[in-house]
Design a protein. Structure first.
Length: 210
């Protein structure tokens, strides 16, 4: 799709097509360098990662193997049920293999924690907020080439102003304590090696899957 077809819906262009393709080529080179001589499997999460997955695969100068997973919590509706179902599992045995996951953080978080809504903001120069609910922010931080996906209690003026009249800090920390284990299951073993402004990202697992 060309930007001309959706120009009435565009507020501004954060990254041009050329910039995205350049970054994909750089990431492919970084992955090849990190896994030189190793057998590598690229796993895409349907359907949000399809286009990035295809462009990334074309950027490699070596043969790679690809596989796909599909998950859903929406059923036949448009609102998440909070119950994540695997619609398509991997066809490839990943035991002892190096796996790079191409996923969309926003959809994964919204499917797992339906109270989150998309949010575009910052908690510092490197802390980009992607999602927000009544208690917490979820986002990505980058610093000196490193990146992390985080979940933390909100720290904005509107949150603290509302807290004066309807205290919710204790409830926020209780909620965070309840969901932290699931959050770590989703993202705790992933190391980000590239990202885009909308949260679409490419990760590698810190240790091989067994």
């Amino acid at each position: 799709m060309d930007s001309a077809h959706v120009e009435n819906d565009l507020v501004n262009v954060l990254f041009t097509e050329a910039q995205i393709q350049q970054r994909l080529q750089e990431m492919a080179q970084e992955i090849e360098r990190d896994y030189e001589g190793e057998e590598l499997l690229i796993v895409g999460i349907l359907r949000g990662a399809v286009m990035v997955m295809a462009d990334l695969a074309r950027s490699f100068s070596r043969h790679i193997e690809m596989d796909w997973m599909a998950v859903s919590s929406y059923g036949s509706g448009t609102k998440s049920s909070g119950v994540v179902r695997i619609l398509k599992d991997l066809d490839t045995d990943i035991s002892g293999r190096h796996v790079v996951i191409v996923d969309e953080i926003i959809d994964t978080m919204k499917a797992t924690f339906p109270s989150f809504e998309r949010f575009d903001g910052w908690r510092g120069r490197e802390d980009r907020i992607l999602l927000r609910n009544a208690f917490a922010d979820c986002g990505i931080s980058t610093y000196c080439g490193l990146a992390a996906i985080w979940l933390a209690e909100r720290d904005d003026a509107r949150y603290w102003e509302a807290d004066v009249y309807n205290p919710r800090t204790a409830r926020a920390r209780h909620w965070l304590g309840q969901v932290s284990g699931r959050f770590l299951d989703l993202f705790g073993e992933l190391r980000m090696i590239g990202r885009f402004s909308n949260g679409e990202a490419i990760f590698e697992r810190e240790r091989p899957c067994n």
